[in-house]
Design a protein around this ligand. Structure first.
Ligand code: ZN
Length: 297
């Protein structure tokens, strides 16, 4: 564990120097912490910025607002309204402390960057990972990190690839997997907008330009979304992370061994999702049952 941190500190040095040379210095030395677990948001991640967990509620708002209806329709085959999406969004956000943080208490430590178990096995990605995480911290410092997950991952990935001297030339539509699309597909769109700037790093911090990038991202992501989410949820380690979080919700925990359409509806009713329950009546819930089963219920 000691040696992992020592090693990570060296990668951190390189990332900090890189941004300093490019006139976007972070201005402080972030603290690191290693934990022998996987990242709940992205199981294959080597590291993440702690701030990403502090703003999970913002991410949830963003995803549900922009993509909620598409997911319910595409993944579960169910029609629900904006109002029902808004209701379940509020409930999910209220549940965050017990659901996310009680599952992963180590994420609430003081460290700026949390390093996960896969880091040990992947020596070749350590420098670029640190370049990616430090970019998140640069955006956090000026309060940009909390707005848009797609653009946050797109800019961090673009900065990371520049650090590695590699272009992000593959368009978003080329990526089969949702996470690859979010990271590398978004990075391609970011690249299109900033590559001709005198300083692409400073250009990425421009709020107006980010709004334009975000708009194009969403316009292109929405039609592709559900197939890619299904692919993202295929790997077993993704099930583990989802399962752990879903089972922390007491109403869902009761579904283990009792997975029926009626019980799922009852769980949502107990959570207070009245509108959602109302809209689910009379619809075929097989799609929803299928995904709960996949997550170990
Ligand atoms: Zn990231």
């Amino acid at each position: 564990m000691e040696s992992i941190i020592t090693d990570a500190e060296k990668s951190l040095d390189k990332a900090l120097e890189f941004y300093e040379r490019n006139d976007v210095a972070l201005g402080y030395r972030p603290s690191l912490r290693y934990t022998d677990t996987i990242c709940p948001i992205r199981p294959d991640a080597l590291a993440c910025v702690k701030a990403e967990f502090e703003i999970v509620d913002k991410y949830i708002d963003f995803f549900y607002k922009n993509l909620g209806i598409v997911v319910w329709k595409g993944l579960y085959g169910l029609d629900i309204s904006d109002e029902a999406v808004g209701e379940i969004t509020r409930i999910t956000k209220n549940r965050l402390p017990e659901v996310v943080f009680s599952s992963y208490p180590e994420l609430m430590s003081e460290a700026d960057i949390v390093i996960f178990e896969p880091y040990k096995e992947d020596a070749s990605s350590r420098d670029v990972t640190m370049a990616h995480e430090v970019w998140h911290l640069i955006e956090k410092k000026i309060n940009l990190l909390q707005e848009h997950p797609f653009i946050a991952e797109g800019t961090a990935t673009y900065a990371m690839m520049k650090f590695a001297g590699v272009n992000c030339d593959r368009p978003l539509e080329d990526f089969d997997d949702y996470l690859m699309m979010m990271y590398h597909g978004s990075a391609n769109i970011v690249q299109n907008y900033v590559k001709n700037s005198k300083n692409p790093y400073l250009a990425m911090l421009d709020v107006d330009l980010r709004l334009k990038i975000q708009k194009e991202l969403l316009d292109r992501v929405k039609p592709l979304l559900t197939d890619k989410i299904k692919k993202m949820l295929e790997p077993v380690e993704m099930h583990d992370a989802e399962e752990k979080m879903l089972k922390q919700t007491p109403e869902f925990a009761n579904l283990v061994g009792n997975l029926t359409a009626e019980n799922i509806v009852r769980a949502y009713r107990q959570m207070g999702a009245v509108k959602l329950v109302d809209e689910l009546q009379g619809q075929n819930l097989d799609g929803l049952i299928y995904w709960f089963k996949k997550f170990g219920f």
